[in-house]
Design a protein around this ligand. Structure first.
Ligand code: GLC
Length: 727
């Protein structure tokens, strides 16, 4: 019987790999045994901008991938970066992950992931390209809005439930960008030199948590290099750490255009090559798929015996396993799109992430009946579009101005643009179609005739702002906002500044304004979430997921000359080591303008009775830390108690303190609650690079409970007796 007939016959008979009563690994073995070499290799790379081949002959489906972390991106064309113009692909735009991180609410992260997973499932996507957990190292990084801040413990606790909520819908999350993609500048070329300790204690933990606790089904390699080799095919990172040490059994995907060598890609753990011949942002070449590194070139190397077919088999196993978890699982949920429930979660995340930085004499919330002047482009600008691959086409996007008008009544709200930033993407403060002076004059007149001003500005998704592909060139607010704020204060001192951004910005006007709010890209329900907080209907409860330095030079990454940022000859040196963010501010005694973990409420909280359940622990024990929090103020509010651990005499240098626990709890006025937080002693370990393993010293430790990383209100001391080996 001819081969074709044999192949046709094999497709017809009932086959184990489709038998859902069999164990997954058996089904994988069976499918693999039926595939030709050509069919296997065809699965290892893209067939279009956002899809990868299946095996049509065996009924093994294609994989469809979509951005991004904040919602399901609108459909692109098969073979170029233009949008396909569908009318059925508008989504719920969730707040940016920087906002989710600021909520310090892991259960909310699960709900967030579930919304993205349901919408992705409904849109028939199999892999969602997010979440991103690259550590916030410099406030200039164009993509910090897509990530979860400067602290690995916070990012770890928030990313795990996000992944689980998303994957419960039979859609793979794809943790990115693995690893050290902490800036956008020269992202596809720069090489990072970083010590073993910061690598293990800062930059890897959130990825490790996503894999080992979150059970993530895909991980994306980053564009940059690590110690001279591209992260997308780096033996140390992918084979040794991700796949061996962490037992990752999912698919390792390249970033779009981050693959550069067939042999390295094949042997160093890349399973799926996407987007080669494109920078993943704005240029590409058509129909390159057969020439991808893991396409014909790989096939040729195998045929020449230069690479063993077993290398391909492991990749195909992972790709089949991901399909059995997603589009070959007939029992997975059906998903949903643009539901009222999704919008409610978007609003809740926005509300819980907004951070009140300053509030002199209870300037906020806005008192009823006030005539309010809303000034600033971010009061009306659509901010879900732009910013690169995470951009979305929301079905609904309520602007701050719309939300404030709905809440306070049109008659109490006047508006003036104040400044303009030009069109999104590729414009760096291009002269807008408006005349700056006329905008300023109009804004001052509007402010003069109001009781108070809500200035809503910040950054936006323009290129070289909060945008993929490059970084900001300055720490300052763009588009003339600082001088406009100064002018507004001259005509009306009652100005609250609301910064909409994914990054810290300079605040030269800080002392003069009575209230400052750090808001975020809030997505579909942004305006109502902001109005919920500014009206006092809800008390702000967000906490900063990153430090806001007084000056850029106060930031670790900018304290070592060009080596630290923007790099020298495309080489970055993370000379600050472990001291990123509050770790730097604490240890170098350089106070931040607003510290990590800071966030005010409209009410106040008192902490008392902090205690650890024992005075001494063995290395394998778990601490139980208790304290009571009381709402001592006038209204309902939620407080996030943060626990920072310090070691007295570490064998190797450690930061002054490190976040090792947090708990958010809502309290009515006068209400008290006992907070119980458990911390495994092994979480107090540091990475001993001389022994290449985690160690807990036999030493004195303390736990401090704080409302921020500097507002520390109680301390408990304890001892660890006996040191702990590897973890
Ligand atoms: C981009 C981004 C990545 C995104 C991918 C697909 O270059 O770096 O985060 O998922 O390409 O758009």
């Amino acid at each position: 019987m001819s081969a074709i007939v044999a192949l046709m016959a094999s497709a017809a008979e009932a086959v184990p790999y489709l038998d859902e009563s069999l164990p997954v690994e058996e089904r994988i073995d069976d499918a693999l045994s039926r595939m030709t070499l050509e069919e296997k290799v065809a699965m290892l790379h893209a067939q279009s901008k956002f899809s990868a081949s299946g095996c049509p002959r065996l009924g093994i489906p294609e994989l469809w991938l979509s951005d991004g972390p904040h919602g399901v991106r609108h459909e692109l064309n098969w073979d170029d970066w233009d949008y396909a113009g569908w009318s059925s692909d508008s989504c719920t735009a969730m707040p940016a992950l920087s906002c989710l991180a600021a909520s310090f609410n892991p259960e909310l992260a699960r709900k967030y992931g579930a919304v993205v997973g349901e919408e992705a499932r409904f849109r028939k996507k199999d892999i969602m390209l997010g979440p991103g957990v690259n550590i916030y190292r410099t406030p200039l990084n164009g993509r910090n809005f897509e990530y979860m801040g400067e602290d690995p413990y916070l990012a770890s606790r928030m990313v795990v439930p996000y992944i689980q909520g998303l994957q419960a819908n039979g859609v793979a999350a794809c943790l990115k960008h693995f690893v050290l993609n902490n800036q956008e500048h020269a992202r596809d070329r720069f090489d990072v030199e970083v010590g073993e300790r910061p690598l293990n204690e800062l930059y890897l933990p959130a990825f490790k948590a996503g894999v080992t606790e979150g059970g993530v089904w895909a991980v994306m390699g980053s564009y940059n290099k690590f110690r001279g080799t591209h992260c997308t095919h780096n033996d140390t990172l992918v084979n040794k750490i991700l796949k061996d040490q962490w037992n990752f059994d999912g698919v390792f995907v390249s970033d779009w255009g981050s693959t550069h060598d067939t042999r390295e890609a094949a042997l160093n753990g890349l399973d799926l090559e996407m987007g080669s011949w494109t920078n993943g942002f704005n240029w590409s070449s058509n129909n390159a798929y057969d020439t991808y590194y893991m396409a014909q070139p790989l096939l040729a190397m195998i045929r020449r015996g230069e690479i063993d077919e077993s290398v391909v088999d492991d990749k195909v196993r992972r790709l089949l396993r991901l399909r059995l978890r997603t589009n070959m699982d007939r029992k997975r949920p059906w998903g949903a799109m643009n539901t009222p429930g999704h919008l409610a979660v978007a609003r809740e995340v926005g509300r819980e992430g907004i951070v009140l930085l300053k509030n002199e004499n209870s300037f906020l919330p806005v008192k009823p009946g006030k005539r309010i002047a809303v000034i600033g482009e971010n009061a009306v600008r659509k901010l879900s579009i732009g910013g690169g691959s995470s951009e979305l086409k929301p079905r609904i996007e309520i602007s701050p101005l719309e939300g404030l008008r709905a809440r306070f009544g049109d008659e109490n709200i006047s508006f003036s643009l104040g400044y303009a930033s030009g069109d999104p993407n590729f414009s760096i403060e291009l002269p807008s179609k408006y005349d700056a002076d006329s905008l300023r004059v109009a804004a001052l007149e509007t402010a003069r005739n109001a009781d108070m001003v809500l200035f809503i500005g910040g950054l936006n998704k323009n290129y070289r702002q909060d945008c993929e592909g490059d970084d900001r060139l300055s720490y300052s607010l763009p588009f003339g906002q600082d001088s406009l704020i100064a002018d507004l204060l001259e005509v009306n001192p009652n100005v609250a500044v609301i910064i909409v951004s994914g990054n810290a910005v300079d605040m030269p006007w800080e002392e003069k304004v009575p209230a400052i709010v750090q808001s975020w890209y809030l997505g579909s329900m942004g305006g109502v979430a902001l109005a919920d907080i500014l009206s006092g209907d809800f008390s702000p409860s967000g906490k900063l997921p990153f430090s806001i330095p007084r000056r850029l030079e106060d930031c670790a990454a900018h304290s070592f000359g060009e080596r630290g940022y923007p790099g020298v000859d495309e080489q970055f040196y993370y000379d600050e080591g472990l001291l990123v963010g509050y770790r730097w501010h604490d240890t170098k005694k350089i106070p931040a303008r607003y510290p990590f973990g800071h966030g005010l409420s409209y009410t106040t909280f008192r902490y008392y009775g902090l205690e650890a359940d024992r005075k001494q622990y063995a290395p394998g024990d778990t601490l139980t830390v208790k304290l009571t929090v009381t709402n001592t103020g006038p209204c309902r509010g939620a407080e996030t108690v943060q626990l920072y651990a310090s070691q007295k005499n570490p064998r190797l240098p450690r930061p002054v303190k490190e976040l090792k626990g947090f708990r958010k709890t809502e309290l009515q006025p006068g209400e008290s609650k006992e907070i119980i937080i458990r911390i495994p002693v092994s979480d107090l370990a540091y990475y001993d690079d001389t022994m290449q393993r985690w160690v807990v010293d036999d030493d004195e430790f303390s736990i401090q409970a704080g409302s921020s990383s500097t507002d520390l209100r109680a301390k408990a001391r304890f001892r660890v007796a006996g040191s702990l080996a590897a973890r």
